[in-house]
Design a protein around this ligand. Structure first.
Ligand code: ADP
Length: 159
């Protein structure tokens, strides 16, 4: 079974990594799909986001990382994925995730969305929280992989 885990990953956090690790144990192949054309203006370029995820996912043999633009269901078809994985942190995530899942199902009946609940210790972590804390000079080492901590400090120093 091939599954895709789509998102902005701006940048990847330990919460994302936990979902990747757990999902990769229940599917044959997991494609982490990095959205290029989201509505939010990212801090990191698509290439930087892909590179950081590849470095963080190095230990997982059945995980691949690709950038995509356009409709998620079209990308799922291209990669022969039958399943979309999404993480759920809190009830706040639910409404939007539910709408997206129903929309994707309406666009393509062959693809199912599966939700994984966050692990408790990562339930408060988001990419935007990481960026905010880092931009104010706070420690983000416990929220992101090492590679991201280094990159985010470089990025903030350069802007
Ligand atoms: P998007 O812009 O598509 O929401 P994100 O990179 O913010 O992209 O999130 C990608 C997916 O990862 C979403 O399903 C989101 O709910 C999930 N996610 C984000 N942070 C966490 C976390 N700390 N624990 C579990 N899932 C998470």
């Amino acid at each position: 079974m091939i599954a895709i885990y789509p998102g902005s990953f701006d940048p990847i956090t330990n919460g994302h990594l936990d979902i990747i690790k757990r999902a990769s144990k229940v599917v044959d192949n997991l494609v982490v799909a990095v959205l290029c054309n989201g509505s939010k203006r990212p801090l990191f370029s698509t290439e930087e986001r892909v590179e950081m995820i590849k470095a963080a996912c190095h230990p997982f043999e059945n995980v691949d990382v690709q950038a995509f633009s356009g409709l998620l269901v079209d990308f799922a078809k291209q990669t022969s994925a039958k399943v979309i994985i999404r993480g759920l942190r809190a009830t706040a995530d639910f409404e939007n995730e539910f709408k997206m899942a129903i929309t994707n199902k309406a666009l393509s009946d062959n693809i199912e969305t599966l939700f994984l609940p966050t692990s408790l210790q990562y339930s408060y972590i988001s990419s935007s929280m990481v960026k905010e804390v880092a931009s104010l000079g706070g420690d983000v080492s416990f929220m992101v992989p090492n590679v991201v901590e280094k990159k985010i400090l470089q990025k903030i120093a350069s802007i």
